[in-house]
Design a protein around this ligand. Structure first.
Ligand code: HSE
Length: 360
C-alpha cells in the first residue's frame, strides 16, 4: 500500500503524541490476523502520522497455542504459522502454554486485543478477559459482541474507574464507520434514532432469494463464503442483529438494554412469495434493526420490514451493511459498507488503537 496516498490529518505535527502499544492478542483467528496484517503493513504510517509505535508481547489462541515474550514476538512469523494452521509455540518466546487469562494477567502488555468467539448468552470467555484486563489497568480493543452487548455499562464504568480505554468499533459494521462517527466527524451531533441492516448473512440470503434461490441453498452459500456465525441461527433468527441494536442503543442513545430486551423476529419464515409480493408493490423486504428513545423509553427491535425502494436501506444488497442515523444537525445520515471480513474487521481494531492514541 502506498502510504503517501493516505490522508494524513493536518493537525498531526512533528510533536505528535507518542504512544507505545505493547499488545496481546487474545484469540488469533481471522479477525486478529486481519489486525496483524494491517499493523505490519502500516507500521511506518502509524508512526509518522499518529505517533504510534507497537510491538506484540503475547499471543494466546485456543487452537494455535500461547506465547509470551516481553521483548516482543515476531508478528510476521506468527502470522505465517497461523495462516498455515501451525502451532505458535514453535516460535522463540520466554513462556509458552499459558491460558488466555494467565497471559492477560502475566504479560507486560498495556493493551489487550480481545478477539475470541462471540457468545451472546453469557458473554464468556470474552467477558472475563475484558473485565480482568480493565481491572489490571490495561486498555481493551475488541470486536467481541458478547461482552459489549451484555455488559456495556459495567465495563465502560470499570474502564473509566481505571483510567483506561475500552473500544469496540468492530462489534457493529466491522471497520465501516458507525457509532465512532459521533466521537469524530459528527461530534456534537445528537442521534435521535437508528435504523440499519446490521447482519450481512440475512441480507445476502434475502438478496439471493430475490434472484430466485431458495432459502436453504442461500444460507448454505453464506456459510461457505464465511459470512455466517458458527451457529447460523444467530443470524437468521436476528440474534446477531439484536446484539448490535443493543450496542448501538446503549452507546448512542443512553439506553441500558441487553440483546434479550430487543423485540426480535428473523427471516426464517420469509417465503419467495413474500419477496415477490413486496416487489410487485415496489418494495423490498429487509431485516431492519431499529432503536429510538421516546419519552425516556427505548424502542429496540429487529424485524423483517418491507421498505419502498426510495429508502436507501432498500437498495443495500448482498452481504453489505448500512445504518441510517437520524440526527439533530444533519437529518438522516446513511453509512454503507462491509460488516464482516478479515481486513474490514481487522481495520476496526486499528481505528480503535488510533482513537486511543489520539485521545492521549
Ligand atoms: N454473522 C455476522 C453477519 C458477522 O452476517 O453480519 C458480522 O458480525
Amino acid at each position: 500500500m502506498d502510504a503517501l496516498r493516505v490522508y494524513i490529518p493536518k493537525y498531526t505535527t512533528k510533536e505528535a503524541i507518542k504512544v507505545h502499544f505493547d499488545l496481546v492478542f487474545v484469540g488469533f483467528g481471522t479477525v486478529g490476523r486481519g489486525l496483524a496484517d494491517l499493523l505490519i503493513e502500516k507500521r511506518s504510517l502509524l508512526e509518522k502520522a499518529y505517533g504510534i509505535k507497537w510491538r506484540v508481547v503475547a499471543i494466546s489462541d485456543l487452537k494455535l497455542g500461547s506465547i509470551i515474550d516481553d521483548n516482543g514476538i515476531n508478528l510476521a512469523e506468527a502470522l505465517r504459522l497461523a495462516d498455515s494452521g501451525r502451532n505458535l509455540e514453535s516460535l522463540p518466546a520466554k513462556r509458552k502454554g499459558l491460558s488466555a487469562l494467565e497471559v492477560i494477567k502475566e504479560s507486560s502488555a498495556n493493551t489487550i486485543i480481545e478477539v475470541t468467539w462471540t457468545n451472546i448468552v453469557d458473554g464468556e470467555p470474552g467477558y472475563t478477559h475484558v473485565k480482568t484486563a480493565l481491572s489490571l489497568g490495561k486498555n481493551v480493543v475488541t470486536t467481541n459482541k458478547g461482552p459489549i452487548a451484555l455488559y456495556y455499562r459495567e465495563l465502560m464504568d470499570l474502564a473509566k474507574e481505571k483510567g483506561v480505554h475500552l473500544r469496540f468499533k468492530g462489534t457493529v459494521l466491522s471497520g465501516t464507520p458507525a457509532f465512532n462517527l459521533f466521537d469524530g466527524p459528527l461530534s456534537g451531533c445528537s442521534v435521535q434514532s437508528i435504523r440499519g441492516i446490521l447482519n450481512g448473512t440475512t441480507n445476502f440470503i434475502l438478496t439471493e432469494m430475490e434472484k430466485g434461490a431458495d432459502y436453504a441453498s442461500a444460507l448454505k452459500e453464506a456459510q461457505r463464503l464465511g459470512y455466517a456465525e458458527a451457529d447460523p441461527t444467530m443470524d437468521v433468527e436476528g440474534m446477531d442483529a439484536a446484539a448490535k441494536v443493543a450496542i448501538l442503543a446503549n452507546a448512542l442513545l443512553g439506553a441500558d438494554i441487553k440483546p434479550g430486551d430487543v423485540k426480535r423476529r428473523g427471516i426464517s419464515s420469509i417465503t419467495p412469495q413474500d419477496i415477490q409480493n413486496a416487489a410487485r408493490r415496489g418494495e423490498r423486504i429487509k431485516l431492519i434493526g431499529r432503536a429510538e428513545m421516546n419519552g425516556g423509553k427505548i424502542l429496540a427491535e429487529v424485524l423483517p420490514t418491507s421498505l419502498p425502494t426510495s429508502d436507501p436501506l432498500a437498495n443495500i444488497m448482498g452481504v453489505t451493511n448500512a445504518i441510517t442515523f437520524k440526527t439533530d444537525c444533519l437529518g438522516d445520515v446513511t453509512v454503507v459498507g462491509p460488516g464482516a471480513g478479515r481486513r474490514a474487521t481487522g481495520y476496526a481494531l486499528l481505528t480503535d488503537l488510533i482513537s486511543i492514541a489520539r485521545s492521549k
